[in-house]
Write a protein that binds this ligand. Structure first.
Ligand code: MSP
Length: 643
């Protein structure tokens, strides 16, 4: 049976400079939704590309002393390369100077002309070169273009016009009848307000060659070139080989667009009326997102606050960058980009929640089952509960992604990740192991592996490389065209037994936060009551005698007879975990410590404290704000030596 199709586009970007954060974001959204629909069983495809004609390009080229063709030939590849760096793809990439595209634009113009929807006339209006469009008096703010805050140029000349106003009532009705056509709602309302105002004018679709030669010749007048927006919007259509191509027949019906709010009018009004005039099927939905701001200000070259996506990828890795953008913007609204925000998100969601889950479960599977997945067992009440919660999270994720509510979708997935960590704490596999309850222990580990696999599958649209690595750690792969996320939400317990698993996982070592941004963090005081007293100097050889090791707490329990004492089992990478006793019970709830890493003084003589053997000492730091356990900066293999 042939699959349903999903075809989505990004805006076709102006290559008059190198790409920035904004271009990256829209492309990542398009890639994520394309990957998601692929996992939902769709034959899915996305398109991006460069919009290479128009005044703006011609002016930049003149400023740089090159021809427009040279400029676009130099810059278009930067967009194409960025897509690879962003893991956006495989995808279709169109250039509006492709001969195939220019020929099809001329066919389309002729079609609309023959229909009587293009006429010759005279017009004067306020033209913003930045936006490449005329503004009405009403649309200007204090006489300035609202996007570029620059005074537009008044241009009056003879030109060709598309009878856009003729379709205003029809379009208004179409939007009313199809509430989903422009989303989110605030943008639908914005377009309806323009149509309701009754002021929609016809669209000027040409430029006289006396003023601009850089464009596609009109088929019906060689003295004019086509207006850049009329040409650019058709980039969505022409690569599919309209009107007879197989791809056109297959992908055009039900296609969708993703745009930023800056280009709502061309997509909400110009484009559907153009399609209507030519008798083509309209898009199903245009999905409009807000702007990424930097410290609440618009990015601009002059302010020097333009975020270079390549810097972010080089520093944090592409998947972390993708996750942050998808998680931190509520689709439709503006969001503020900051590196501290990205690091905070990394540490909380990726290091603490997801990374911790994989690290704990895989090291337990290594220890208790020799690194192989145990067989499925009969699920108990706790297993049924966590499976029900997982089913619910996956279904929420899927329905939210389908509606472009990515941030909420990821939050739904993370509720599950956090619940899985709690399930580990509550089912205490280390205690089951100690008590010899191997069957129950197997059920817990199997339940975790089974759901973790599904978490990784759901993560693939947003973090493809990471998801593939997580799956590899579980001895699994992803076959996107034969995966069905919808089925995955309903079937549990199918993780195969006897699969070789990775013995540890450390994909997200914590990132040290930028200390300058948080000076308070540096202002640690020495332990109260021991002000400035420093210990006497020792020889290096003496220091070397201390064997400091990284340990992972497998269990922590209150001492049965001593309120202040906690009894730990700590994994130091040795055959058997160490028993360590520490007088820190007043500072911690034992359940919070399971899975945490600590630093252990490993070569102290063994002692008995309140009848429990202690085979080492945990390092702590105390000041007047309380006591913390000293831990490595990022996850380290148990037993790692510290110097
Ligand atoms: N060439 C036109 C689009 C023609 S589509 C047929 C154009 N190009 S553009 O290079 O200016 O790209 C605009 C798009 O880039 C926005 O709609 C949005 O998708 C993205 N962004 C640019 N800056 C942005 C932010 N600061 N934040 C988020 N995305 C923004 O317009």
């Amino acid at each position: 049976m042939s699959k349903s199709t999903f075809y989505v586009t990004t805006p076709i970007f102006y290559p008059n400079a190198k790409p920035h954060l904004g271009h990256s974001f829209t492309s990542i959204v398009a890639d994520s939704i394309t990957r998601f629909q692929r996992l939902m069983g769709m034959d899915s495809m996305m398109l991006t590309g460069t919009d290479e004609h128009g005044d703006k390009l011609a002016q930049t080229a003149a400023k740089e002393g090159v021809t427009p063709q040279e400029l676009v030939d130099a810059n278009s590849p930067k967009f194409r390369q960025l897509m690879d760096k962003l893991s956006v793809g495989p995808h279709r990439f169109v250039r509006s100077t492709d001969p195939h595209h220019t020929a099809k634009v001329r066919d389309f113009l002729q079609l609309v002309y023959d229909k009587g929807d293009i006429y010759f006339g005279e017009y004067g209006g306020h033209y913003c070169t930045g936006c490449e469009r005329f503004y009405t008096e009403k649309e200007l703010e204090n006489g300035l273009c609202p996007q570029h805050l620059k005074a537009p140029e008044y241009i009056s000349e003879k030109n060709y016009f598309f009878r856009m106003s003729k379709y205003a009532d029809w379009l208004r009705q179409h939007i009313l009848d199809n509430p989903d056509f422009i989303q989110p709602e605030q943008y639908r309302k914005e377009v309806l307000a323009i149509l309701d105002s009754g002021e929609l004018e016809d669209l000027c679709i040409s430029r006289p060659k006396t003023r601009l030669t850089w464009g596609i010749d009109l088929p019906f007048d060689k003295d004019y070139v086509c207006y850049v927006w009329f040409d650019a919007l058709l980039c969505y259509l022409t690569p599919l080989n309209w009107p007879d191509g197989e791809e056109y027949k297959k992908y055009w019906p039900g296609h969708q667009h993703i745009i930023g709010k800056d280009i709502l009018k061309p997509h909400g009004i110009f484009w559907p009326t153009m399609l209507k005039s030519a008798g083509l099927e309209l898009y199903r939905r245009v999905n409009v997102h807000g702007y990424w701001l930097v410290r609440d200000t618009k990015m601009s070259k002059s302010l020097g606050n333009v975020v270079d996506p390549l810097d972010m990828i080089d520093t944090y890795g592409v998947d972390v960058f993708r996750y942050f953008l998808m998680r931190d913007m509520t689709f439709g609204q503006d969001a503020s980009f900051s590196e501290e925000g990205l690091v905070g998100r990394f540490n909380s969601d990726l290091a603490n929640d997801l990374g911790n889950l994989f690290s704990r479960v895989l090291s337990m599977a290594a220890r208790y089952f020799d690194g192989q997945s145990p067989a499925v067992g009969a699920p108990g009440e706790a297993e049924k509960q966590i499976q029900a919660l997982a089913a619910n999270s996956f279904r929420n994720f899927q329905s939210l992604f389908d509606k472009f509510r990515f941030s909420n979708g990821l939050e739904a997935l993370w509720e599950l990740v956090r619940a899985l960590n709690k399930y580990v704490d509550a089912s205490a596999p280390w205690a089951l192991h100690r008590e010899g309850k191997t069957r129950e222990l197997g059920t817990v580990i199997h339940t975790l592996l089974d759901i973790m696999r599904k978490v990784a599958l759901h993560l693939w649209p947003v973090m493809p490389g990471t998801a593939e690595k997580l799956l590899a750690q579980l001895g699994q792969t992803i076959d996107p065209d034969n995966t069905n996320l919808a089925d995955e939400a309903d079937t549990f317990g199918l993780f195969p037994a006897g699969v070789r698993l990775a013995s540890s996982s450390n994909l997200f070592p914590r990132i040290e936060e930028n200390k300058e941004a948080q000076p308070a963090r540096n202002a640690k005081k020495e332990k109260a009551g021991t002000p400035d007293k420093k210990a006497d100097p020792i020889e290096f050889a003496d220091f070397e005698k201390i064997d400091l090791r990284v340990g992972t707490i497998l269990s922590a329990e209150k001492h049965p007879d001593a309120d202040k004492i906690l009894c730990f089992k700590v994994d130091l990478g040795e055959e058997t975990p160490r028993s360590i006793v520490s007088g820190i019970a007043q500072y911690f709830a034992p359940a919070d410590l399971q899975g945490k890493q600590v630093i252990v003084v490993a070569n102290l003589p063994c002692r008995r404290i309140r009848n429990v053997e202690s085979q080492g000492m945990l390092l702590t730091a105390e000041d007047e704000t309380g006591l913390t356990l000293v831990a490595p900066d990022g996850h380290k293999a148990p037993g790692t030596r510290i110097y």
